[in-house]
Design a protein around this ligand. Structure first.
Ligand code: ZN
Length: 434
């Protein structure tokens, strides 16, 4: 994708820009060798087969010959290996691609991006148009200067280059061109060679790679130590890598290469959580990171659960304590009439048991947390028959419910027992809480 560069300055302004503009005259056009590499590497090569008479046509050079309808063939004229198209009606092939050439110009590292338009029409030689669309100039300190073709203002379309425009200095690098291929022969400035650059980019964007190792000491260290995956990760998420720098240094010292940085850093965060020594090579230089990581994930999960249930226990204890503070003065209350006995629920656990036996939401709703609510349980012959709630402010019965919130047997009787004792409740409620 190409995102529009907000600032398109045609004339070089700073010393560096002027220098780049001047040196750019030295940049040579693509060689025939580079072009033929790109033609081969970037585009598919097809032959069309006219099935009824077995006539094959090369989309590359336009040559026609008699041949068999196999999947692959070789053009007897241009020698190109060809893929035989399924359709015998296709008349044109059109493709657009990018590729990058990594080279130098004086003391600058230059990354050149080319845009290629491939056009093939049956019976004619295919055409390739090459356009240089971006040049990134990087000096020894990692400063970047961009020259690029112009893109129409406010255009976010892919490949929207003004193909007749000249390369000119651009202020912001907003070109998100992903060049699928890099020309294999690369030239780099001496400092990059000294930093350990051989030929491979290790799957990292060339300009990001070069700038980071020229500008940042951590990136340089990672590159020299062949920690390419960590470096790639570092370029995107510097913070996470630098936070674990002490551990990384130990890996480097032990010649341990981190192959999957994201997994390894995740593993490290587990080790932190599990209070393992992340400066101990025994832990961090894992020989089987997948297995070790799985293990720490499990251990972390267990620990989290343990901490959660611990927290829950602490919470329950606090609730019990709070409940006692507000309600303990009522605990000895007991009203009896014949075989009916009404007592105060005297612990959070008693609320839980009552709720479970009577199938109500007494416990779930946390009635015990309400200091103005007094809950009593009525039993007949030791069997629970009703749960009664009294509002300690208004001294009224708020509810009296049987099993599953039904109207209990002896409802009126229970109400009258409680109401008769309401004065006792009032007296106690006026007492200072403990
Ligand atoms: Zn051919």
């Amino acid at each position: 994708m190409i995102v529009h560069p907000y600032f398109d300055i045609m004339k070089a302004r700073t010393k560096r820009q002027k220098m780049v503009e001047e040196l750019s005259a030295l940049i040579k056009p693509l060689t025939e060798k580079q072009k033929s590499w790109a033609k081969n590497k970037l585009f598919p090569h097809f032959a069309r087969n006219t099935m009824c008479n077995g006539v094959l046509t090369c989309f590359d050079c336009g040559h026609t010959w008699n041949g068999e309808a196999t999947k692959k063939t070789v053009c007897p004229c241009c020698g190109q290996k060809l893929e035989v198209l399924k359709s015998n009606r296709q008349r044109t092939v059109k493709e657009r691609e990018y590729f990058t050439v990594i080279t130098t110009c004086k003391e600058y590292q230059v990354i050149r991006t080319f845009f290629v338009i491939f056009n093939a029409h049956i019976g004619q030689p295919a055409t390739y148009e090459f356009y240089e669309v971006i040049q990134k100039w990087i000096d020894v300190e990692g400063n970047k200067t961009i020259r690029a073709m112009t893109t129409p203002f406010n255009t976010y379309y892919y490949d929207a280059w003004s193909l007749t425009s000249e390369l000119s200095i651009k202020l912001i690098d907003n070109y998100r061109v992903s060049a699928s291929e890099v020309y294999p022969a690369k030239k780099v400035i001496p400092i990059l060679k000294r930093n350990g650059f051989k030929n491979s980019l290790h799957g990292i964007d060339p300009d990001k790679l070069f700038i980071s190792i020229l500008k940042e000491s951590m990136a340089e260290t990672l590159f020299k130590a062949a920690q390419y995956n960590l470096l790639k990760f570092y370029i995107d998420r510097q913070g996470l890598v630098s936070r674990n720098w002490a551990s990384i240094k130990i890996c480097i010292r032990n010649n341990y290469i981190v192959k999957d940085a994201s997994l390894w850093l995740d593993y490290l965060s587990d080790l932190h959580y599990l209070k393992k020594d992340v400066r101990n090579a025994h832990y961090i230089c894992s020989n089987n990171i997948i297995e070790d990581h799985n293990r720490t994930v499990q251990a972390r999960k267990k620990k989290t659960e343990k901490e959660k249930s611990k927290a829950e226990a602490i919470q329950a204890e606090l609730e019990e304590e709070g409940f006692k503070t507000t309600h303990s003065k009522f605990f000895n209350l007991e009203f009896k009439h014949n075989k009916t006995k009404i007592t105060v629920l005297s612990s959070v656990e008693a609320y839980r048991q009552e709720a479970e036996a009577m199938h109500n939401c007494l416990f779930d709703r946390g009635y015990y947390k309400n200091k103005n609510s007094l809950v009593l349980s009525a039993k007949k012959n030791n069997k629970r028959i009703a749960t009664i709630e009294v509002n300690l402010k208004s001294l009224e019965i708020v509810q009296c419910r049987g099993n599953c919130n039904t109207i209990p047997k002896g409802y009126d009787k229970i109400l009258s027992i409680v109401n008769k004792n309401m004065n006792k409740i009032r007296e106690i409620s006026l007492l200072q809480s403990r």
